[in-house]
Design a protein around this ligand. Sequence first.
Ligand code: PFF
Length: 467
Amino acid sequence: DHAVKDSRVPQEQWGSRIGVVLAVAGSAVGLGNFLRFPGQAAQNGGGAFLLPYFISLLVLGIPLCWAEWTMGRFAGMRGFHSAPGVFSVICRSPKARYLSVFALLIPLVIYMYYIVIEAWCLCYAWNYATGNLMMGRDAAAYESFFDSIVGVKQDGHVFGAGRSLLVFIGITFVANFILIYRGVANGIETFCKFAIPMMVVCALCVLVRVLTLDRASVNEGLGFMWNPQPEALLNPKTWLAASGQIFFSLSVGFGVIINYSSYLTKKDDVVLSGLTASSMNEFFEVCLGGLITLPAAFMFLGAGVASFGTFALGFNALPNVFAQMPAGQLFGFLWFFMLFLAAITSSLSMLQPVIAFLEEGFNLERHASTTFLGILTLGGSFFVIYFSAGLKALDTLDFWVGTLLIFVLAMIQSVIYGWIFGIDEGERQAHIGANMRIPRFVQYMLKFVVPIYLGVIFIFFCYLNAP
Ligand code: PFF
């Protein structure tokens, strides 16, 4: 019977209330906030991007986030933590587990390319700490450093020119492995409690520094980011990009929140926790990511930011800005170290749903499933690095998995919540242990508006990308 918990698998739990909020915020705040958001905004009309962005946040992001927290805890209290278990207990049919395959696949595939970028961050942080990246201080040197790390030039492939990157990939792997191995409360939660405050401090230092640079270029950069160019609003691609960014950034639609919230109890307040974690994500994205990366890159590139790649903004344009400022070495280090922390708290959350699945589906204990997954993802990441001609493979994966599949899964989730779980049951379950109420209209939005909105976006998506 799918509704009976298997007592052989030990139950995990979060250690504290604030711990779980920080863990979810840790998952949400990541490279998406500091690199992907500014990149998407730059490519989609600057300030005009922000309108569809905030609409997607309110209409899709926050409601779906509440739905995930609610369904996750509901299933967790019945002993199910992995997406297949959660889906089958909510749909009251074991067949529903097949719907959840994306919820395992998406985080796993994203992990394989995400940690490569995580390793770049560590590599840059190290090279700032040792002063390496302040030596040349000229644009060509930064570009060739970036190319050698990323393997952009065909002849300077990662395994040749970027050999030192392998060391950082190794460290990144081991760090993720150890934290996951230690478990939800001892590994993920403990680390996030330390990493998030640290990230806030690092990011605020860099923010103050960037905003007190040359007045005129800061204003121009901010203007580019915050002044809408209305033409972009007529382009459906802007709307697609905005909702894709909301999902990616909030970690909504991946099955991550469902898994994290499945370790909660009926005493926990999922409404407030969900809102707090999302608000923290938006603070990092709009106030820190949006005010550092673009204005700084703008100083170096001018209007050229719009055509500069997402990764190149952070890894190629910003070092040029750090090179010009007093104490640039320190700020460069703080920036990349902060990016590394942001990335690792996110990559941890990509593995946890798969661990839960291995534990539940195959009765493996945590240490065995972590080891198995470690080997699998190591192979996968090397595949990504080895066969990637620089950024192309990352961009391709990010498009198919990080954008398109997320839509599909989010659509499935909203239908399961609104039409199978039911909004009345959803509302009841959400408010168990809650100190604040979700307005009733949000439930109707989840039932009608979200699936239609997503459906329309999906159709446009297919239409725009049809051969
Ligand atoms: N939300 C993360 C970011 O903004 O960087 C990315 C992410 C986390 C993607 C967790 C997928 C995931 F499962």
